[in-house]
Design a protein around this ligand. Structure first.
Ligand code: 5GP
Length: 164
């Protein structure tokens, strides 16, 4: 199997800063950073600070269940952000990686009807992604180990049900 891409906490520090710089250099001034949980939470937080945007929203999307293992389609988990909060806004969607791009497509489509503008910022983009992100730190065709999900949970919790 091909060697993996490693994003350590230290590397994430400079990656997120460089990603924010790309957004700033493009002249895009988002009103809202929309984070895709869970991996996108780290990216959204870092971009929010670096771009001085305090308005952060979260969308929960579940797709992958393991290394290269995924559900048939990404699913939006509750709570779904209130469309009213996004209406007319310039939105920056933040995620860790665009792999198939299906997650970002779902989120972009969700936003499209309400917002003034929507752009995507990711740390990594894979060459086959169906969504081409406006802001990408690095491109790879390998599986990525992220600092936040590389280690197993300290406790295993089976059959979790999220509250609506
Ligand atoms: P997509 O919908 O673009 O296929 O994948 C979106 C989500 O799948 C990412 O936000 C991430 O949580 C997970 N994912 C996809 N590719 C990778 C990868 O190479 N490494 C890890 N750790 N997660 C991935």
């Amino acid at each position: 199997m091909a060697e993996r891409e490693e994003l350590t906490w230290e590397l994430f520090g400079s990656a997120s800063r460089e990603l924010a710089q790309q957004v700033a250099d493009s002249g895009y001034e988002p009103d809202v950073v929309l984070s895709i949980a869970r991996g996108g939470l780290f990216v959204a937080g870092a971009l929010g600070y670096a771009l001085d945007v305090k308005n952060l929203h979260v969308m929960n999307v579940e797709f992958y269940t393991g290394v290269g293992e995924r559900l048939e389609l990404p699913v939006m988990l509750p709570p779904v952000p209130n469309a009213v909060d996004l209406t007319g806004a310039k939105v920056l969607v933040a995620d860790d990686v665009a792999d198939t791009g299906a997650t970002l497509k779902l989120v972009r489509d969700f936003c499209a009807d309400h917002v003034a503008d929507v752009r995507c910022a990711v740390v990594y983009e894979k060459p086959w992604s169906e969504v081409k992100c406006e802001y990408v730190w690095r491109r790879t065709d390998r599986w990525i180990n992220f600092a936040w999900s590389k280690q197993p949970p300290v406790i295993r919790r089976e059959g979790q049900v999220l509250d609506a």
